[in-house]
Design a protein around this ligand. Structure first.
Ligand SMILES: NC(=O)c1ccc[n+]([C@@H]2O[C@H](COP(=O)([O-])OP(=O)(O)OC[C@H]3O[C@@H](n4cnc5c(N)ncnc54)[C@H](OP(=O)(O)O)[C@@H]3O)[C@@H](O)[C@H]2O)c1
Length: 259
């Protein structure tokens, strides 16, 4: 098992204790609950989203439990913003004279694309382009920005939050599904090119969750059948702990349903 504790003498309760985590889409939904779940395990967090006030609220929630988080307002589809995020995260993680760096990168920010959902034939190319910019190009750019340092460290976990729409073709979910399939394949290929480097890649299908994205996509859904994001976040945190201890460079996990 790799040592992620940074040499801390603190009793390690989790492979995520003291891990330096850069998490996108942290202002609500799965991202907010994952931020809290990781902070409770002693991870150090940099949180990214566009909504400044919402991020500040999440940061305050973590601080109220004694956790540590820095918030960066940015659109992951914005090329310059992504490089700023990578640089600010590295700077935020400099401590005790040790160089900064990201141990765990989580691509959770996502967009449905056209909303309400549309048939492929009705989907504007510009809407598809925007969905690819948020769900694929942003994560690709951010991965490239942090992977060099992870490779030098000989360890690092990159997580991509995907969907079963990446695998199954559902009418009106085409734009979203195409971006998630591309995101997954991007991660698979990074992993194939990283064999033996100590890096780990985890793709997660979180299942249907009771979040704003789900309400935007399917407003009439019975919310009692949906997984609370807090439950999905706990499952994801456990999947991350396992991926960090596993030998496999690439893992794909389905987090399961509401029960
Ligand atoms: N809900 C489901 O049933 C479900 C199922 C399968 C997969 N997923 C995936 O799970 C992940 C989390 O979704 P969720 O359901 O928690 O959705 P959500 O409640 O809508 O949250 C999405 C998060 O992403 C951020 N975000 C969106 N666009 C962004 C951008 N361009 N730049 C930076 N941040 C951005 C949002 O913050 P701002 O708006 O403030 O930027 C928010 O923090 C997504 O990748 C989604 O595709 C969800």
């Amino acid at each position: 098992m790799q040592d992620w504790s940074g040499g801390s003498t603190m009793k390690t309760m989790s492979t995520l204790t003291n891990a330096r985590v850069l998490l996108t889409g942290a202002s609500r939904g799965l991202g907010e609950e994952l931020a809290v779940a990781l902070a409770r395990r002693g991870a150090k967090l940099v949180l990214v989203a566009r909504g400044e006030k919402e991020l500040a609220r999440v940061r305050a929630r973590i601080a109220s439990e004694g956790g540590s988080a820095v918030a960066i307002t940015a659109d992951v589809a914005d090329m310059e913003a992504v490089h700023r995020v990578a640089a600010q995260a590295a700077a935020a993680f400099v401590s005790d004279g040790k160089p900064g760096g990201v141990d765990v990168l989580i691509h959770n920010a996502g967009t449905l694309g056209p909303s309400p959902l549309e048939l492929m034939l009705d989907t504007d190319c510009e809407d598809l382009e925007r969905a690819f910019a948020v769900n694929v190009l942003g994560p690709f750019r951010l991965t490239k920005a942090v992977l060099g340092h992870m490779t030098l460290m000989g360890r690092g976990l990159t997580v991509a939050v995907s969907s079963d729409a990446a695998v199954n073709a559902y009418p009106t979910w085409g734009a979203y599904g195409a971006t998630k399939a591309a995101l997954e394949h991007t991660m698979r290929t990074f992993a194939a090119e990283s064999e033996g480097s100590g890096l780990r890649f985890l793709v997660v299908d979180p299942g249907e969750m009771d979040t704003r994205m789900h309400a935007d996509a399917l407003p009439a859904a019975d919310r009692s059948t949906l997984t609370p994001p807090r439950v999905a976040a706990e499952r994801l945190a456990r999947a991350m702990e396992k991926a960090m201890s596993d030998e496999a460079t690439f893992t794909r996990v389905e987090l399961g349903g509401a029960s």
